[in-house]
Design a protein. Structure first.
Length: 217
């Protein structure tokens, strides 16, 4: 019988790492699984596979084993990388369980490739948002640790429905997401034209560029 391994990754927040472990242990209890080993790391998603211990994890997994993660976004720094790794694991007869997405992908499924790709593509938008959120939280945590403020610029007096999501808008702009996409896929309220006006009048693209430059350093 194969072993069950769990992979945990967070940027710098130890509490989040503990929360992931507790979530996996609770999943194991509900499903009567035994977690044989944990591979955990506190590191930015921007690091390479070796630094994120993906290579170490891959070396420990063999045919018949199961890999458990809290969510797919823990496995890679881009959607393409996550999909590539999952296909690699499933092709090696390793089951991949993602608790948040409610997925259990394995080679025994009929028409495996079609099912995997259909499932992953349906989750593409959610996964992309998760990845952006993880990267921007890491950048914001680093900036705040250095005392850099991301609050409203002085002189902004007129309130807007977008004020509640101002920092999120700046983060998404910093990663090259268009105003239309932010409005329709991330915020899901307002209108692209009104959001674009908000961005222009608050000069958020300049602030986003500063954040992007910082993340790229």
């Amino acid at each position: 019988m194969g072993r069950t391994l769990a992979y945990l990754r967070t940027s710098t927040d130890k509490q989040d790492l503990n929360n992931q472990k507790l979530e996996i242990l609770e999943h194991a209890r509900r499903n009567r699984l035994h977690i044989d080993d944990f591979v955990s790391v506190s590191i930015s998603s921007r690091k390479n596979r070796r630094e994120r211990k993906i290579d170490e994890l891959r070396a420990k997994l063999a045919a018949g084993d199961t890999l458990v993660v809290t969510e797919l976004s823990r496995l890679g720094r881009s959607t393409g990388e996550v999909i590539s790794l999952i296909n690699e694991l499933v092709a090696g007869d390793i089951q991949v369980v993602a608790i948040k997405q409610g997925l259990a992908l394995d080679k025994q499924q009929n028409d495996m490739q079609a099912k995997i790709m259909t499932t992953l593509l349906s989750l593409f938008a959610e996964l992309e948002r998760d990845l952006i959120s993880l990267r921007t939280r890491e950048a914001l945590a680093a900036k705040k640790a250095q005392g850099v403020s991301l609050g409203k610029p002085k002189g902004t007096v007129q309130e807007s429905i977008y004020d509640q999501d101002r920092e999120r808008i700046v983060e998404l702009l910093g990663f090259g997401v268009s105003a239309r996409r932010i409005s329709e896929q991330h915020l899901r309220y307002g209108h692209p034209s009104s959001l674009n006006y908000y961005i222009q009048t608050r000069k958020l693209r300049k602030e986003a560029q500063k954040l992007s430059d910082y993340v790229g350093d």
